[in-house]
Ligand binder design. Structure first.
Ligand SMILES: NC(=O)c1ccc[n+]([C@@H]2O[C@H](COP(=O)([O-])OP(=O)(O)OC[C@H]3O[C@@H](n4cnc5c(N)ncnc54)[C@H](O)[C@@H]3O)[C@@H](O)[C@H]2O)c1
Length: 291
């Protein structure tokens, strides 16, 4: 039996995307956030994105049916009775530990609890619950409705059965599971991508090449749809910073320490599209100022 009902904690970029793909797959979604405005924004973004899928003929159901599967709530107690709870709050260990404790208390004993963390240890998050066997990582990529891969990550105590249920859920929502057998810092995809992301930032920091030229080069020479900095602005510089810091703190390996230019930009509040300025600048309507 597949997943029928899911509770998502955090309705930002990732939580809203996950809610959308679940609803499009026929799953009932309860979307929770501490910020009411974030929930309203999430619903608007989901409606816009679902419309795009319908226009392109990629989704057969009508918008009202899909959106009707999503209920926004400001109360954690509604997590009882769901098959799967997915945490997608800010990349902050203390916050996630708190959310995992509350999730464990609120959800039924059979509910799987997953984190969408980019780099925080699943084992550590599982340790604050009384069900570490049923805790796993489900690492989606941004933008969630478009990106097909989802890493399914086992913590030390995650059972094979939980990992298989995670994998089946990914297939159920029409995505492709990438199985990660141990929750090493950064899992697999970020561990491969971050070294080049950091090198690109250092090249900019040292004045060797511009943000624009590096992105252009990567698009034209490496066949990427988006350059590193374009992707970085969409993801959020704070999210990338949080993930690199988590990897650094977990391993003590200086190669994961975020480059200075990234640390400075995060301190300055230049977080990417969401603040109107990151590696590039954006107008009110979200369009790039230089395009
Ligand atoms: N942005 C990406 O491309 C990306 C990719 C993969 C994984 N992730 C991971 O997904 C997670 C979320 O990232 P995001 O980009 O969606 O962040 P975001 O900043 O867009 O959204 C985070 C949301 O969490 C909410 N929140 C904060 N504390 C909360 C709490 N206690 N209870 C409920 N909601 C709370 C905030 O109000 C906000 O709406 C992070 O762990 C991040 O590392 C992000």
């Amino acid at each position: 039996m597949g997943i029928r009902k899911v509770f998502i904690v955090g309705s930002g970029l990732m939580g809203s995307g996950i809610a959308q793909v679940c609803a499009q797959a026929g799953i009932e979604v309860i979307l929770y956030d501490i910020d009411r405005e974030a929930l309203d924004r999430a619903l608007k973004n989901i409606e816009w994105s679902v419309n795009k899928f319908i226009e392109k003929g990629k989704v057969k159901e009508d918008r009202a049916t899909i959106i009707g599967r999503i209920r926004t709530v400001s109360d954690f107690s509604e997590a009882g009775g769901v098959d799967l709870l997915i945490e997608a709050v800010f990349e902050d260990l203390e916050l996630k530990r708190e959310v995992f404790q509350r999730a464990d208390e609120a959800a039924g004993p059979e509910t799987l609890i997953a984190s969408n963390t980019s780099a925080i240890s699943i084992t550590e998050l599982a340790s604050v619950t009384n069900r570490s066997d049923k805790v796993l990582g489900l690492h989606f990529f941004s933008p969630v409705p478009m990106m097909q891969a989802v890493e399914v990550i086992k913590g030390l105590a995650t059972t094979d059965e939980t990992a298989i249920r995670g994998k089946d859920f990914v297939l159920q929502i029409g995505k492709e599971p990438i199985m990660v057998n141990r929750d090493v810092a950064g899992f697999v995809i970020n561990r491969i991508n971050f070294p080049s992301t950091m090198e690109a930032m250092r090249l900019v920091e040292q004045g060797i090449a511009s943000v624009e030229d590096i992105d252009k080069g990567l698009r034209l020479a490496s066949g990427r749809k988006m350059g590193i900095f374009e992707t970085g602005d969409m993801v959020g510089l704070d999210i990338t910073y949080g993930a690199m810091m988590a990897m650094y703190q977990e391993t003590g390996d200086p190669r994961w320490y975020p480059p200075m230019i990234l640390r400075r930009k995060v301190k300055a509040g230049q977080l990417g599209r969401k603040t109107g300025r990151g590696w590039y600048e954006y107008n009110e309507d979200g369009a790039r100022k230089d395009s």
